[in-house]
Design a protein around this ligand. Sequence first.
Ligand SMILES: [Zn+2]
Length: 392
Amino acid sequence: MAHIMANTESASAPTEVRLSQLQATSSPIETIARVVTCERREVTRKSDGSRRPLLSGLLSDGTATVRFTWWDPPREGIERGAVLHAVGAEVREFRGRAELVFTWRTRVEPASPAELPRVDSDALPFRTVKDLKPGEEGFRLEVRVLRVGRRTVTVGEEQRELHDGLVADRTGPLAFTAWSDFGLVNGEAVRIAGGYVRAFRGRPQLVLDERATVVRVEGAGLPDPAELLRAPPRSIADVEDEGGGEAIAVEGLVVGLLPPSGLVYRCPSCRRSVTRGLCRVHGQVEGQPDLRARIVLDDGTGALTVQAGRAETEALWGLTLEEARRRLRDQPDPTLLEEQLFEALLGRRLRVRGTGTKDDFGVTLVPESIERVDVDLDATAEELSSRLGGGG
Ligand SMILES: [Zn+2]
């Protein structure tokens, strides 16, 4: 690609601009910002019908979030979360808002998050969980840590440790991922500044990188974690409308079981289910037996799928993995076992708490707890009368 600058442009070197100060001007600017969202597509030229690639989305530098369009972007390597240093970006106005355009004249290079502008966290506005949307940055949040755990993930060739879980304020819970160890502890109240929100499996997720700060606070007015985790069940139709949610509870009847359920075999390396001794990634493997149930739960307003793992399936079925394997030896047809599991679950009323995500097939709930709420009217009446009798 040719980089021949006209004299007029080389005369005025681009000046570095914060996105909050962005104004549509005739002279190109220099900026360092993070890709919050991006989407690659092609547009057809009217002149000759040829296709031209383009990347568009949102950029943020911690002071503001703006739209950007990048004509003829590199084929790969530009992803959500990447920090870019752009020299010679054009500023245009679209529907009254300034946005950035990278053309063949713009030099774009990867940069490190440390190069992003320093943000004075005390100057950031306070926000609540409920009104945070993917793409937002430059806010403060006071939340209670409901749950935090540590995982190791592979990024490229590198093994990185990340901390993830749930935080909440009075307006609701929010999933988070932290790339640094902030020493978060369950139940503590914290003030977070310098994080950003992205969409993860269709839900907002707070991301804390090395620029984020976490301060312990007293947390007056923040909800008690137990209270949040005990929230009453919601209608499945509502959960569907909101595209899932964190720490949600639903209650309904088991009306179906989706395959594969019952006794399954998993790859020892990646835990994917193995079909005829073959893992999709690792090829021929010795599958390890496991129990699972993909339960269809219906509450009259809608239905969702509950992904029950081994422990939950054992508890619901009243049959351990070992017992299921023994049964399979006596009756070597695995579909029979699946039918027996279905018979054991059908019509049972369950209250399930967990995290719901939505895709084209509807909402899937990964449970943190499954309770049976079998309504036994006789037993309820008996309990009630004994309480009333013994209470005087
Ligand atoms: Zn595998």
